[in-house]
Design a protein around this ligand. Structure first.
Ligand SMILES: Cc1cc2nc3c(=O)[nH]c(=O)nc-3n(C[C@H](O)[C@H](O)[C@H](O)COP(=O)(O)OP(=O)(O)OC[C@H]3O[C@@H](n4cnc5c(N)ncnc54)[C@H](O)[C@@H]3O)c2cc1C
Length: 207
């Protein structure tokens, strides 16, 4: 899902799927909290550190304005298009067609488009309708200059740039993929390599 969301259209030079909108109906709203506290945030005493606790029926989030509400799909689309980030691209007819197709998959108990399991397929059709703006998040950035095994930053031709070192996520060796769980090890290992090699450089004194 994350990879689909961050698809980059290289011709247009933009991310056409950011943001996207999670659309659900009244039954969906009442089915339970939309988000959950991340269990990784559990502290030793069992409490959850600084994570938002979602209301069971999304009423608190509708009130906060995080979730848009419309009595009809047209009304919902009108609210979505007011969001400047939507760039006016959401159209009622297209949304209706998408929902009709999806409801067809629900009736058939088979989703040929995304392969969702049959027990996930709940049809939409009970107003009011809701939409929540979705933006992908990530815990690793990984951009930056390339470096070699000595942690030296290399130029466009693979040659080390004298006296310049990098470590951690800046030019991470995992630049080609999301790498949760491995970057701290890299930061420690290449931080040490970079520090050792930088410390071994001769001292330059101002003339
Ligand atoms: C929620 C979350 C969970 C994660 N879980 C894991 C995990 O389980 N395992 C794992 O391996 N990795 C995990 N990571 C990734 C890991 O934390 C990072 O890869 C790692 O901390 C990167 O280290 P770094 O030294 O490269 O950068 P950072 O830790 O980001 O350090 C950069 C430092 O530079 C400072 N800085 C920025 N700009 C300037 C400036 N202009 N002047 C001076 N200082 C500046 C910043 O304040 C910061 O202190 C997680 C990340 C997040 C956000």
């Amino acid at each position: 899902m994350w990879r689909e969301a961050v698809y980059l259209d290289t011709k247009l030079g933009r991310y056409p799927r950011i943001p996207y909108y999670l659309v659900f109906d009244e039954k969906g709203r009442l089915a339970g909290p939309l988000g959950r506290a991340n269990p990784r945030g559990l502290l030793a005493d069992g409490s959850v550190h600084n994570f938002y606790e979602w209301s069971n029926d999304a009423s608190a989030e509708v009130k906060k304005g995080w979730i848009m509400k419309g009595d009809t799909l047209e009304e919902l689309v009108a609210k979505i298009t007011q969001d400047p980030q939507s760039e006016g691209l959401m159209e009622s007819a297209v949304l209706q067609q998408t929902i009709d197709e999806y409801n067809g998959y629900c009736a058939a108990g088979h989703d040929p488009q995304f392969g969702r399991p049959a027990n996930w397929l709940k049809p939409l059709g009970t107003p009011p309708y809701y939409a929540m703006k979705m933006l992908p998040g990530g815990m690793s950035t990984h951009g930056g200059p390339k470096r070699n095994t000595r942690s030296q930053v290399i130029d466009a031709f693979g040659k080390p740039i004298p006296r310049l070192y990098a470590a951690g996520e800046l030019g991470s060796i995992y630049y080609f993929q999301p790498s949760a769980g491995s970057t701290l090890g890299e930061a420690l290992a290449f931080g040490r390599i970079a520090g050792r090699n930088a410390a071994a450089e001769s001292i330059r004194r101002a003339a």
